[in-house]
Design a protein around this ligand. Structure first.
Ligand SMILES: Cc1cc2nc3c(=O)[nH]c(=O)nc-3n(C[C@H](O)[C@H](O)[C@H](O)COP(=O)(O)OP(=O)(O)OC[C@H]3O[C@@H](n4cnc5c(N)ncnc54)[C@H](O)[C@@H]3O)c2cc1C
Ligand SMILES: NC(=O)c1ccc[n+]([C@@H]2O[C@H](COP(=O)([O-])OP(=O)(O)OC[C@H]3O[C@@H](n4cnc5c(N)ncnc54)[C@H](O)[C@@H]3O)[C@@H](O)[C@H]2O)c1
Length: 467
């Protein structure tokens, strides 16, 4: 049994914690997989490298409307894949080597293997060289989440792809069924349909991206339905793999239907890794969905809601949001609170934005119109089309728009939803305004807006609110 001052489980956002401020502590860092966690190895970064490639592949088909004629001659999947992982894999390997051998990390020991709690401050790590028992005064749980499989007959046996495996496939399939129409479903459908795969996207709900503002979800569903096969209200009953093909049977209302493809991708959410970590053995409380219970200071709670001494959690394993910028923000809180136990700070979760890098792109922050209405707020809703600003004319955009929801009297920005080119960049201005308490009146007339740049989309929407 080896004792440490600090034990960190997970090298996603958890790996950002050790630094010079912790040089006087002995640290154990436990990781069962690739260094860098989901975002680097199987999440945000590779997917966005693929979505960018998808946009390049789409360019020739969209060129004629600008009077330009181009052809798409070849989609070289191994070259596409190897560009992505040829950049990412060395970063993961470099991060691992840095923690293991660099003198900056002489106070840190890396344990490679699956960690499992055996008590509140003790753990066994199953390494290639056998079990290692470790204890620590303080612990940070940053063990993330993994793809969830719905209870569908034959699904597991049919060996489906998940976001962990789909981007590293040996060859591009001719056709692919995707179950799940959230973030991953939308991004993967965009990527693979753009690369020439015959995609069928299955949604249980009447729209794709159903948690988005209804105007956005409706518009996205309509556009997506023109790009690949979209099956709405499809209830999956059974999956079977035969003769190298996968068959997905289900119902749309009373009608039975069987879909068929070369590959199946499951994108039906992610579950926290609290079970495999056996947090119950440490007396740690979990929510019904498996998330570790934490307070605003990222301190872990027991099942009664009492703060557990010296145990923190961050990111997907404990958060309401499975987003990298949230995991990073929570890691900053944990770092501060480890260093300043007498002056802890809380994580600011007031305005958590997100983006879907689909086709078109989507970004959102704050309330949807329906949420604002449910709260009984007196709101004003502005909607500005890309087609109504000069840069939108340049792009010939006919579908994009920004929707801003504000308090009618104070002009406080309550929510913003953008669908169209560069939506994740355009929304930052509104995230900043909301986070710093600036109202529509504060920002619309007090600055120049570069003409004819894309932020005019936001300016024009804001002007509708101030009248
Ligand atoms: C396909 C995809 C695309 C995404 N795109 C985006 C995006 O564009 N923007 C965005 O904000 N977010 C995105 N996300 C979400 C983002 O990747 C996660 O929210 C983020 O990576 C979570 O970080 P984390 O540190 O909490 O967990 P992780 O990065 O998952 O790190 C947890 C680590 O703990 C290790 N671990 C787990 N259990 C154990 C154990 N028992 N013992 C030892 N080690 C263990 C794991 O191997 C892992 O390395 C995406 C996710 C996916 C799957
Ligand atoms: N751009 C980004 O920020 C980004 C990209 C990818 C993933 N992520 C993160 O990763 C998380 C996981 O992504 P995800 O797309 O798997 O989850 P998700 O929660 O976004 O979507 C899952 C979808 O699957 C559906 N579903 C669940 N069970 C089903 C079933 N049996 N049959 C059919 N549909 C079913 C749900 O209704 C939902 O629409 C996201 O919540 C997000 O936080 C973020």
């Amino acid at each position: 049994m080896t004792h440490y001052d600090l034990l960190i489980i997970g090298t996603g956002s958890g790996n950002s914690l050790p630094g010079p401020e912790f040089d006087d502590l002995s640290i154990a860092l436990v990781e069962k997989g690739l260094f860098g966690g989901t975002c680097l190895n199987a999440g945000c970064i590779p997917t966005k490298m693929f979505t960018y490639t998808a946009e390049i592949a789409n360019t020739p088909a969209r060129a004629p409307k600008y009077g330009v004629s181009e052809t798409l001659d070849c989609v070289d999947w191994p070259a596409i894949r190897d560009r992505v992982f040829g950049r990412i894999d060395p970063i993961a390997a470099g991060g691992e080597e840095y923690r293991k051998v660099h003198e900056d990390n002489r106070n840190l020991t890396v344990y490679q293997g699956i960690g499992r709690f055996t008590g509140p401050k003790s753990m066994v790590v199953a390494t290639a060289d056998g079990d290692r028992e470790i204890t620590a005064d303080r612990i940070v749980i940053a063990a993330g989440s993994r793809p969830a499989f719905p209870a569908v007959a034959g699904l597991a046996e049919s060996n489906p792809l998940t976001s962990d495996s789909v981007m590293r496939m040996e060859r591009l399939p001719g056709s692919m069924i995707i179950i799940g129409s959230g973030f991953i479903g939308a991004e993967m459908a965009h990527i693979f349909s753009s690369l020439g795969v015959d995609v069928t996207l299955i949604a249980r709900s009447p729209v794709l991206l159903r948690h988005h503002d209804r105007d956005i979800a409706d518009a996205y569903t309509q556009i997506a339905s023109g790009r690949y096969r979209v099956k709405l209200r499809f209830s999956t009953g059974r999956v079977e793999r035969r003769d190298g093909r996968v068959f997905v049977s289900g119902r749309v209302g009373d009608a039975k239907e069987t879909l068929e493809a070369d590959e199946l991708l499951v994108a039906t959410g992610r579950i926290p890794n609290s079970d495999t970590l056996d947090v119950a053995a440490a007396g740690i409380g979990t929510h019904p969905d498996g998330r570790v219970m934490v307070d605003d200071y990222q301190r872990v709670l027991d099942p009664q809601g009492e703060v557990m001494d010296g145990i923190f959690a961050l990111g997907d394993i404990s958060s309401d949001w499975q987003l990298k910028h949230v995991a990073n923000k929570e890691a900053k809180t944990v770092r501060h609170n480890l260093l300043h136990p007498d002056a802890m700070k809380a994580t600011d979760h007031r305005f958590v934005p997100h983006a879907v890098f689909g086709d078109p792109q989507i970004a959102a922050v704050g309330m949807t119109e329906a949420e604002a209405q449910l709260k009984g707020l007196d709101i004003i809703v502005a909607r500005q089309e890309y087609a109504g600003i000069a840069y939108g004319w340049a792009m010939e955009d006919t579908t994009g728009f920004a929707k801003i929801i504000a308090d009618r009297e104070t002009t406080e920005i309550l929510g913003a939803h953008i669908m169209g080119p560069h939506a994740p960049t355009l929304i930052q201005l509104l995230i900043q305004a909301m986070s710093t308490g600036q109202t529509v009146r504060d920002i619309v007339d007090t600055q120049y807006w570069i003409h004819p740049a894309m932020p005019e989309l936001i300016e024009n929407a804001l002007l509708q609110i101030t009248g």
